[in-house]
Write a protein that binds this ligand. Structure first.
Ligand code: BTN
Length: 319
């Protein structure tokens, strides 16, 4: 564990801790403590220093903790999971798993990403200890082309996990943006390692806004976090998310995912609504969101008839 990680672990209770106490507990000098505090401030952690009392966080934090997550996982997940890594600061949990050893199944969570990746080459903002930032690595024996609806199925899995905590007014924007009260609550980025035509290893990355700092004004679309919901433990939410994603991977491997597609249709925020499809080449196709097909492609009712779009090539906006 890095010094910053050990330090924030002590400060997470939101109480005052003197420089001496911190130095003794961490077995380092006061100046090393001060340097680590500065590094934490560089991550936008709000640390108050009061003369004669010491340091404390502006508010207590729930840090990710494998000792809380592991026992909360269901038996099926415990059977499949080979490793669960919690990283303090990483470029991207997806990138980390794609570089890691080939194991199955693996999960990686991070307190912070400094190069978080979103869909279509966009950045994903992941402030320290605020949100849920995680990836699951799973090896499928199937050719990837046989499971093109996986992207939609993962969206349903994330919504199912959120519903366990009573989060209401949830929906999905094709293919798998997680929407709450009409605003973006989270997103999913699926990346692949492996050759086409054979078994493939997928990394499913989920980013969910749990307690986004209000300073995050740079996000270029309406967003929401979970602060409006009952207080939700990030660790327990992570455990449910892992359970549901593994369920979804198993369903996809077995080809038993009809109930996921049914749920997806029920959650579709644009069902029968006018939408505009923005193509990579800048052109726009307008119509009504008619349905999805068995492969997860979007079926758009246009004035020229029904048109089919697969994800990756287009972006969807309200029409
Ligand atoms: C989107 O653009 O909507 C998808 C966002 C996916 C973000 C998650 S956070 C965990 C994982 N690691 C990444 O770098 N990206 C995904």
């Amino acid at each position: 564990m890095s010094l910053q990680h050990a330090l924030i672990d002590i400060l997470a209770d939101g109480k005052f801790h003197s420089g001496n106490e911190l130095g003794e507990k961490l077995n380092v000098s006061r100046s090393a403590v001060w340097k680590a505090l500065q590094q934490l401030r560089g991550f936008d952690v709000d640390i108050h220093a009061v003369h004669g009392r010491g340091y404390r966080l502006a508010e207590p934090l729930e840090l990710l903790d494998s000792h809380t997550i592991q026992p909360a996982l269901n038996a099926q997940t415990q059977n499949h999971l080979q490793s669960l890594d919690i990283i303090f600061d990483v470029d991207s949990t997806n990138a980390w798993l794609l570089k890691a050893q080939h194991k199955h199944a693996v999960v990686c969570l991070a307190e912070r990403q400094h190069a978080g990746r979103g869909r279509r080459g966009r950045d994903w903002i992941s402030p320290f200890a605020a949100n849920l930032t995680m990836s699951l690595g799973w090896r499928f024996e199937l050719d990837i082309t046989a499971m093109s609806s996986f992207s939609l199925i993962c969206g349903v899995a994330v919504v199912r996990a959120l519903k366990r905590f009573g989060v209401a007014e949830l929906g999905l924007k094709w293919p798998n943006d997680i929407i709450c009260q009409g605003k973006k609550l989270g997103g999913i980025l699926i990346e692949m390692r492996g050759e086409s035509g054979g078994p493939c290893e997928l990394v499913v990355g989920v980013g969910l806004n749990v307690r986004m700092p209000s300073s995050m004004v740079s996000i270029d679309q309406p967003w929401i976090d979970l602060q409006h919901a009952e207080s939700i433990s990030r660790n327990l939410l992570a455990a449910s998310m892992i359970d549901e994603l593994i369920d979804a991977c198993i369903a996809c491997s077995n080809g038993h995912f009809d109930d996921y597609l049914k749920d997806w249709r029920d959650l579709n925020i644009y069902s029968d609504k006018p939408v505009a499809i923005h193509m990579m080449d800048g052109s726009i196709v307008s119509g009504h969101f008619s349905d999805i097909d068995e492969s997860g492609a979007l079926l758009l009712q246009t004035s020229d008839g029904l048109q089919r779009f697969t994800c990756g090539e287009v972006s969807l906006r309200s029409g």
